[in-house]
Design a protein around this ligand. Sequence first.
Ligand SMILES: [Zn+2]
Length: 69
Amino acid sequence: MTQCFYCQYKSKPDYKDIENLEKFLSQRKKIVGREKSGMCAKHQRSLTKHIKYARFFALIPYVSYQGIK
Ligand SMILES: [Zn+2]
């Protein structure tokens, strides 16, 4: 991925949009770094904010050990 996902689709991170937020979470539900996700600084910042919202509303877990042995 060379271009920022949200710039590419002309959309913005949204805490209700779990499907897309999860693309930027690691297996353990940690936020993937900008180097890896190819996200621009602006969207990375707002993504982090929205992931934290989503966690607060219990839409995504803080940590997950599911599927990890
Ligand atoms: Zn962007």
